[in-house]
Design a protein around this ligand. Structure first.
Ligand code: MN
Length: 352
């Protein structure tokens, strides 16, 4: 199970492929050091539905800034998934809207793991009129900050935060190291994804050198899940259907399944990795009824040959060749009938 958990819904994020510019990166690091030195109060902002990289990078950075004597706070629109409750520094995290006016008036806003400023959702109002620092590793990053530390070759924003803390002269404590390790280990799917480089491994090794407990992190992040998510998985796997001589697999998650499992919609993330993992399956599809009745969210994964980005965009969605999705109006029966009909009629199956 560990292999399949948390391998992530990557359909809305962007794979890192381009090389970073070394000179501008050194300049960016120096500029951030100067900005941090010149200000006392700093907010670090996370994207909506924060993931392990965003949370680990954000907490590691805030702990480092605190060690420098700064007033620093990590703010997100959405709550942290409970799986990250074990991380140090939680006391320095709050949600947008839970701060009283005057409680905290930051002079600098550091966006972590965000392709653009709108990714932080309601937390954006805290950043208005402040100096913006943009730390990210998505190739689609719009360089929206006054200072941009963006490197699409980094496996995780956590790699960049690690480098920044070094520039700031902050010693890597075990607490900070654990946060940064979680950032890297989650965004690389436990060092299994293509973004895992030799540098990623060297940085991770450095974190183990300072005392980070890799097996404890793995147990918390990859080997622990809620009963509700397992009950939901059980129900979803009960809908598994196989087509095209085992090359196409489909599962369905209905609102009724969420209700009877007591699961939140987030807990259905990653279920598509189960049909995708079946030997011989080239395309996996997952149909999820939306909570607000707007229709059905359809996720696609392919193993190696079928471009599911094209399939999703023909349905009004988008994504990447190996991971994509679309929101389609209609009932679960209508949408799954239509999409499965379309998939079964593709001419790709004859070539596989
Ligand atoms: Mn990331």
């Amino acid at each position: 199970m560990s292999v399949l958990m948390n391998s992530g819904d990557t359909e809305s994020s962007t794979e890192a492929t381009a090389a970073g510019n070394t000179e501008s990166r050194a300049v960016a690091l120096q500029k951030i050091r100067d900005i941090v030195a010149a200000h006392e109060s700093i907010v670090v902002l996370e994207h909506e539905k924060p993931d392990g990289d965003c949370i680990g990078s954000g907490l590691g950075l805030v702990l480092g800034l605190q060690m420098m004597g700064k007033k620093a706070l990590l703010v997100s629109q959405d709550p942290h998934p409970p799986v990250y409750d074990f991380l140090p520094g939680r006391a320095f995290h709050t949600r947008a809207g839970y701060l009283e006016p005057g409680d905290f008036s930051p002079e600098v806003a550091i966006f972590v793991d965000c392709t653009g400023p709108d990714r932080v959702g309601k937390a954006r109002e805290l950043a208005e009129g402040k100096v913006w620092v943009n730390i990210d590793h998505h190739i689609s990053n719009s360089n929206f900050g006054h200072i941009n530390l963006v490197d699409p070759e980094a496996s995780a924003s956590g790699e960049l935060v690690m480098e920044l803390l070094e520039t700031l002269g902050v010693p890597l404590t075990q607490d900070i190291g654990t946060c940064l390790y979680v950032a890297i280990v989650t965004d690389t799917g436990g060092f299994r994804y293509q973004n895992t480089s030799a540098k990623t491994m060297r940085l991770a090794a450095k974190l183990l050198d300072i005392g980070v407990k890799a097996s404890e992190v793995a147990d918390q992040v990859f080997e622990t899940r809620s009963l509700s998510s397992l009950l939901l998985l059980k129900a979803a796997l009960g809908t598994l259907k196989i087509y095209q001589n085992g090359r196409l697999a489909a599962v369905t998650v209905t609102r009724e399944m969420l209700r009877s499992a007591g699961a939140s919609p987030d807990e259905s993330d990653g279920i598509i990795n189960y049909p995708r993992s079946i030997a011989g399956v080239e395309v996996a599809v997952c149909f999820k009824e939306t909570e607000d009745g707007r229709g059905v969210h359809v996720s696609f994964r392919s193993r190696s040959r079928v471009d599911v980005a094209k399939i999703a965009s023909s349905l009004g969605g988008g994504g990447h060749p190996r991971a994509s999705g679309a929101l389609i109006p209609g009932s679960i029966e209508e949408v799954s009938g239509k999409v499965l009909g379309m998939l079964n009629n593709l001419d790709v199956w004859t070539d596989l």
